[in-house]
Write a protein that binds this ligand. Structure first.
Ligand SMILES: Cc1cc2nc3c(=O)[nH]c(=O)nc-3n(C[C@H](O)[C@H](O)[C@H](O)COP(=O)(O)OP(=O)(O)OC[C@H]3O[C@@H](n4cnc5c(N)ncnc54)[C@H](O)[C@@H]3O)c2cc1C
Ligand SMILES: *[C@@H]1O[C@H](CO)[C@@H](O)[C@H](O)[C@H]1NC(C)=O
Ligand SMILES: *[C@@H]1O[C@H](CO)[C@@H](O)[C@H](O)[C@H]1NC(C)=O
Ligand SMILES: *[C@@H]1O[C@H](CO)[C@@H](O)[C@H](O)[C@H]1NC(C)=O
Ligand SMILES: *[C@@H]1O[C@H](CO)[C@@H](O)[C@H](O)[C@H]1NC(C)=O
Ligand SMILES: *[C@@H]1O[C@H](CO)[C@@H](O)[C@H](O)[C@H]1NC(C)=O
Ligand SMILES: *[C@@H]1O[C@H](CO)[C@@H](O)[C@H](O)[C@H]1NC(C)=O
Length: 603
């Protein structure tokens, strides 16, 4: 009781205080700059320690880590390894490992495109491009070679916050590349890394509901504390069991994590036009810092860290244990679906007339609180669906009427359906479709602002057509997180507040393609497709969770005017570079050299 009283009394002091100071050892700092120095051309590098290097920890050192984390350290095995006689170890974990297991191999083959199965695997990445296409579960024969490719060498299946702390401390002290892996969803390869120690946070499944938030900040409504490992649909199912059923801003995808990369990168979703991005909902985080300290971060405690965690980049400032976000009573909702494809017309110009009519009205949809998910290919527009939260069928019909009037006037054939649901949860489970894993692609994309759509919709649509005709698959999200939601002070790109539509461009290229083929695919994504999108939407921006690793001026494109403060905070919170994810604050000091393998600081 006394302790509680003291804590309550000390709160105003915290409010005046700055972030708590972290302690980094001078020896560790010096070591990271001198342990493993390499030269490539005229550039000098201080690299992380890799299998085969003198500074790579001995087996006995790994065993000590294992003992401190309750035996939860494993040698990392690519999911396809059980289909091969052995995994080629290449000096990582003490020799080649026999891996063949026909039963396990059959299980992998059966589940290879199942997202949930892959997210539950210790290290599997949903985008095989970022594993170097290694160790396919469909080898010609088990005697073929399975290598780790860009997968890590060891993995910690963390069960407690102490395990997270011990793993971070180990990676820091031993100068090992640390990769935090929650679901393996990352489109941009940030939950894989050659020769790394993988910290898997997927077991953190605790969820606590708060009827009326009484913690830091002004919010007095409902809230929920979500463990790092919780995924979208899993959270929705729990939200729907509350009384009354609750709603919150999650991603559209059922298996994306909530508290990992999603919210740290911003996080858009079907309710974002009504309530803002996921990062706008955050009330408090529990994290482990690069120095191994377990801290809260909220409006009162470590407020600068709190600001940075709200959209400043995945795996950049700390490892997240849990996040508390706002919840809202769930509302009746309506949906409309729309298809224009080769069943309706094979006339390319008629098809694009329809697509353009659909996308040109983006401002109208978001200004009415709507979200639209669509897929765009040559002769295939699949809008599944338009979401009208807090709308009846009659209300959503009214909003989309100008579109259907235009399609009819221009004689564009289509099919469409209008649906009504008692809650958004019912809509979400009935209408959103599952996606598949095991894909090979490079992504890019662009946020179009309301200004871009108002003055240049024709050019934006032409750029999207160019993208599709150059081989991109567009995954579109018409979303306006700044149209109705209150403005929150956080690290997301301020342009998100003006957004009307955000498109991912996904360009297929095999993970085991030659380096020259990969470079050519990347050139098309950045300099043909990306260039057209940037030119047509000069007011726009890019989204760090679903963007191009080679985005020119990525600091400005991903964070705009928030970048300088994020860079200062990165240097304060992680001066050693314990956390790393490409194109996040501070990574301009680093390169991945030797064909995508060694992570090194430029010195
Ligand atoms: C099919 C699909 C659908 C998607 N839908 C949406 C969507 O609707 N809206 C949207 O905004 N985005 C969406 N995304 C993108 C998604 O936001 C990012 O891929 C995000 O990074 C996934 O986070 P994760 O934790 O699930 O994945 P992971 O791949 O496990 O991790 C992604 C990044 O976050 C870091 N990270 C993971 N856990 C932690 C942790 N506990 N602490 C610190 N860092 C951590 C990782 O190191 C990595 O850098 C989608 C992606 C896919 C593949
Ligand atoms: C860690 O310890 C557990 C339990 O003793 C053991 O099963 C596992 O193989 C060990 N991991 C490594 C990498 O040795
Ligand atoms: C990645 O793939 C390329 C081409 O297939 C190969 O040359 C290279 O050795 C691979 N790298 C790793 C780390 O597996
Ligand atoms: C076109 O869309 C309709 C309605 O969604 C669907 O039934 C049909 O299979 C689609 N045709 C093609 C070729 O995809
Ligand atoms: C939902 O609609 C009702 C009636 O139009 C309105 O009063 C209410 O504010 C809306 N709720 C939200 C969250 O927009
Ligand atoms: C790439 O992998 C696929 C199977 O995953 C295989 O069929 C193909 O031959 C491989 N290509 C190269 C160049 O290794
Ligand atoms: C509109 O798009 C065209 C074509 O990309 C571009 O050249 C022009 O600058 C854009 N205009 C505005 C006002 O955004």
């Amino acid at each position: 009781m006394l302790l509680k009283a003291l804590l309550t009394l000390s709160l105003p002091l915290f409010a005046l205080a700055q972030d708590q100071r972290l302690s980094f050892s001078e020896t560790e700092l010096a070591d990271t700059l001198s342990l493993n120095v390499l030269n490539r051309g005229s550039q000098k590098y201080a690299c992380k320690c890799y299998p085969g290097d003198k500074c790579w920890p001995a087996a006995s050192t790994w065993s000590k880590l294992n003992a401190t984390i309750g035996g939860n350290l494993q040698v990392a095995l690519p999911p396809g390894a059980s289909c091969y006689n052995s995994l080629k170890d290449e000096g990582g974990a003490g020799g080649d490992i026999s891996t063949f297991d026909s039963q396990k191999c059959a299980e992998v083959q059966q589940n290879w495109i199942d997202e949930q199965w892959n997210t539950d695997h210790p290290i599997s990445n949903l985008w095989t491009y970022y594993t170097n296409g290694t160790c396919s579960p469909f080898p010609e024969s088990p005697s073929a070679t399975c290598t780790r490719g860009y997968y890590g060498t060891y993995v910690v299946l963390a069960k407690t916050r102490q395990h997270i702390k011990a793993t971070i401390d180990f990676a820091r002290k031993n100068n090992i590349r640390l990769v935090i892996r929650n679901t393996g969803h990352d489109f941009m390869g940030r939950s894989t890394g050659y020769g790394s120690l993988v910290l898997n946070t997927h077991s953190f499944k605790d969820v606590t509901w708060h009827k009326k938030w009484a913690g830091p900040g002004a919010w007095k409504g409902g809230a929920v504390t979500v463990g790092a490992g919780i995924q979208g649909r899993e959270l929705w199912r729990l939200a729907n069991k509350q009384s009354p059923p609750q709603a919150l801003v999650t991603g559209e995808c059922p298996t994306v994590g909530f508290a990992g990369g999603f919210i740290q990168g911003g996080g858009h979703g079907p309710l974002a036009s009504l309530y803002g991005l996921a990062a706008d909902q955050a009330l408090s985080f529990d994290v482990v810092t690069a120095s191994g300290e377990i801290l809260p971060a909220n409006a009162v405690q470590n407020p600068s860290l709190f600001w940075a965690l709200k959209g400043g980049g995945p795996s950049t400032f700390a490892a997240v244990i849990s996040v508390t976000v706002k919840t809202f009573p769930d509302l009746p909702s309506a949906a409309v679906t729309l298809s224009i494809n080769s069943t309706h017309t094979t006339d390319v110009e008629v098809y694009w007339k329809g697509v353009n009519a659909f996308h040109a009205l983006a401002n109208r949809y978001v200004e009415n609180g709507m979200f639209v998910y669509y897929e765009l290919l040559p002769l295939r527009l699949h809008v599944h669906p338009f979401v009208g939260p807090n709308m009846t069928a009659a209300q959503i019909t009214e909003v989309v009427k100008p579109l259907f009037d235009k399609l009819d006037a221009e004689e564009v054939p289509y099919s469409s359906e209008t649906l009504e649901f008692p809650t958004f949860f019912d809509l979400y489970t009935a209408v959103f479709e599952d996606e598949s894993s095991g894909n090979d692609a490079i992504t890019g994309g662009r946020i179009y602002t309301r200004e871009d759509m108002r003055v240049n919709a024709t050019a934006v649509n032409a750029a999207q057509r160019l993208a599709v005709e150059n081989g991109a698959f567009i995954v579109g999200h018409i979303v306006g997180p700044g149209t109705g939601a209150p403005k929150v002070n956080n690290a997301i790109h301020p342009k998100w507040r003006q957004a009307a539509s955000f498109s991912i461009t996904s360009y297929t290229v095999a993970g085991n393609a030659s380096l020259a083929e990969k470079a050519e695919a990347q050139r098309i994504v950045t300099n043909v497709i990306g260039k057209a999108l940037r030119e047509a939407a000069p007011n726009g921006a890019a989204y760090v969770n679903e963007g191009d690793l080679e985005e020119p001026n990525w600091q400005t494109e991903y964070w705009g005017s928030n970048y300088p403060r994020l860079l200062r905070l990165k240097k304060q919170y992680d001066p050693l570079g314990v956390f790393y994810a490409r194109t996040t604050p501070g990574t301009e000091d680093w390169d991945i050299i030797d064909d995508g393998t060694r992570l090194c600081r430029k010195i």
